[in-house]
Design a protein around this ligand. Structure first.
Ligand SMILES: [Zn+2]
Length: 345
């Protein structure tokens, strides 16, 4: 009898996750529904072990955020009604500070357990817009930046793969001069939120050459996304064997997302999972749910995890671009990165 090894998946889970959302009131219920639906669907379709998160503490926030901003979060948490942290789209509500510490704790707990699992998934995580001194884009804190810096401090070699409809501007800003590989894939036309993420932004100081931006034209389809994933060869060919790979697998690029920008289907997220699986080798892998505000967000998350576990699934027909130029443009950007002399210099 031949024994086959099945990958071990851990999901950081606390029932409170189903009640937490920092999103604009218009989209808040959709965000919560997605997490509720996700855990239900995950239990139906996947085999995994639930890992309880340990709450983070205030000092952990100081790794990235200013004392003044942390105080603002604490004060906002005491206000008995809902309001905005950033005037536009990130809310505060009574007790938000504890939720923030729980969400950050989820990411930090994942680093502790990742050695014992093939993959650890944090469904409520990947708040990549938050800046050191302010909230932005539904993100009160930058959990992945804090986690990556803590790992770097311990001498770990870290790579971040940030896939989401929106550019991870906060993550890029905070880690811009750090020797942590950051690969960002997102929708870009110069205006679409947050409007940042030029190809020329390659990092600075010790982080020069470590920031890779792959902007996708708005309306990009599954085949364009597949092409963009070729950038991940960089990890196999140049940035070899990182000890940790943190993956934001945001699913808001799905064609039915309420913040519509891309034309991806669940197939794209399944493919992303399969590609990340190929990078596994010696790395600890932690993945995050990122953004997702559509009727198929939960299924997209599960499709990603199925890919991680080595299962190819297809719940919708693949979308194709009728514009060859889109793919050629991505191809050009990728080949420029692959041949560039400044990579990790
Ligand atoms: Zn997003």
């Amino acid at each position: 009898m031949k024994l086959t090894y099945q990958s071990l998946l851990g999901i950081i889970w606390d029932q409170k996750f189903t009640e937490i959302s920092f999103s604009h009131p218009m989209i808040r219920e959709v965000s919560k529904a997605r997490i509720r639906e996700f855990i239900k669907l995950a239990k139906e379709k996947l085999s995994f072990i639930e890992i309880r998160p340990t709450q983070a503490n205030e000092e952990d926030l100081l790794m990235v955020h200013t004392k003044e901003y942390i105080n603002l979060l604490k004060e906002s948490s005491k206000i008995p009604f809902m309001g905005f942290l950033d005037q536009t789209d990130t809310i505060h509500y009574p007790g938000i500070f504890n939720d923030i510490l729980l969400v950050l704790g989820a990411s930090l707990t994942a680093t502790k357990w990742s050695k014992f699992y093939d993959y650890v998934y944090v469904p409520l995580g990947g708040f990549h817009h938050a800046m050191p001194d302010r909230a932005m884009g539904f993100c009160p804190i930058n959990d992945v930046a804090i986690t990556a810096l803590k790992l770097l401090e311990k001498g770990e070699k870290v790579a971040i793969i940030d896939v989401d409809a929106h550019h991870g501007n906060g993550l890029q800003y905070i880690l811009y001069d750090k020797p942590i590989l950051k690969v960002n894939i997102y929708a870009y036309d110069g205006y679409f939120f947050p409007g940042t993420g030029k190809v020329q932004e390659i990092g600075e100081g010790k982080g020069k050459g470590y920031n890779i931006n792959i902007p996708l034209p708005l309306g990009s389809t599954d085949d364009v996304f597949e092409k963009s994933l070729e950038i991940l060869d960089i990890i196999e060919d140049y940035y070899k064997n990182p000890s940790y790979i943190l993956v934001i697998a945001g699913v808001d690029g799905h064609k039915d997302d309420e913040l519509k920008s891309l034309e991806f289907t669940t197939n794209s997220y399944n493919l992303l999972g399969l590609k990340i699986r190929r990078l596994k080798k010696y790395s600890n892998i932690i993945a995050y749910g990122g953004g997702g505000y559509g009727r198929l967000s939960a299924l997209s998350m599960v499709s990603f995890l199925e890919g991680l576990m080595g299962k190819k699934t297809s719940y919708e027909p693949v979308t194709f671009s009728n514009d060859k130029e889109k793919i050629e443009k991505i191809e050009k950007i990728i080949s420029r990165f692959k041949s560039s002399a400044y990579l990790f210099s």
